[in-house]
Design a protein around this ligand. Structure first.
Ligand code: BGC
Ligand code: CA
Length: 181
């Protein structure tokens, strides 16, 4: 197998997490992810291993894509609070968002870019978190999900933490990021 590529240099100091919790299927596309922060913004990297890329489905979660889940207060609530978000970026850089009653309110927090690389794709995202003050020690509810499409169907899905497959409904099984200087 191809050795995993190193992260772009700016990301190297951030610890790497991996998606290994299967919520659909038991193999397929996976990601290595890193997070950085500055001011009110969380910066996210996902390096996805997926040799066969498709956006054929009309449903964005059935297209090859990465989802970042962010809960600024780490409330671990059932359901989504107003500032909790499911931020999705496809391998071609198309964005979509889900979560709270008014996803449009949080969708504006996301800026992202993606590029196809040998063996997969790389996503970089910036998520503004205006409802909290980010500082050394801040805890954020957080998860990463990779949706693996084959043609028009999703054939695999894997997360960092949530094992229920309900991360798009409930924030309580996401993991936790602790911000560090
Ligand atoms: C889930 C899908 C869900 C979609 C809604 C995805 O993360 O895996 O089951 O329908 O989100 O946005
Ligand atoms: Ca795929």
């Amino acid at each position: 197998a191809r050795p995993p590529p190193p992260p772009p240099p700016a990301w190297a100091p951030a610890p790497e997490i991996r998606t290994a919790t299967w919520i659909q299927g038991t193999s397929g596309a996976t990601a290595r992810a890193r997070a950085l922060w500055s001011g009110d913004t969380l910066y996210l990297l996902a390096q996805v291993a997926d040799p066969t890329l498709s956006e054929q489905s009309a449903n964005p979660w059935e297209q090859d894509s990465v989802e970042f889940f962010v809960d600024p207060g780490n409330g671990k609530t059932r359901g989504y609070g107003d500032d909790d978000g499911q931020y999705r970026i496809s391998f071609s850089g198309k964005t979509s968002a889900g979560g709270p009653l008014d996803p449009a309110a949080i969708a504006g927090n996301l800026t992202a870019a993606a590029k196809v690389v040998p063996g997969g794709y790389v996503v970089e995202a910036a998520v503004r978190l205006p409802t909290v003050t980010l500082r050394d020690g801040t805890l954020l509810g957080f998860d990463v999900q990779v949706n693996d499409a084959t043609g028009a169907a999703r054939t695999g899905a894997v997360t960092w933490n949530d094992a229920t497959g309900r991360g798009y409904r409930d924030t309580n099984h996401w993991g936790v990021l602790q911000l560090r200087h």
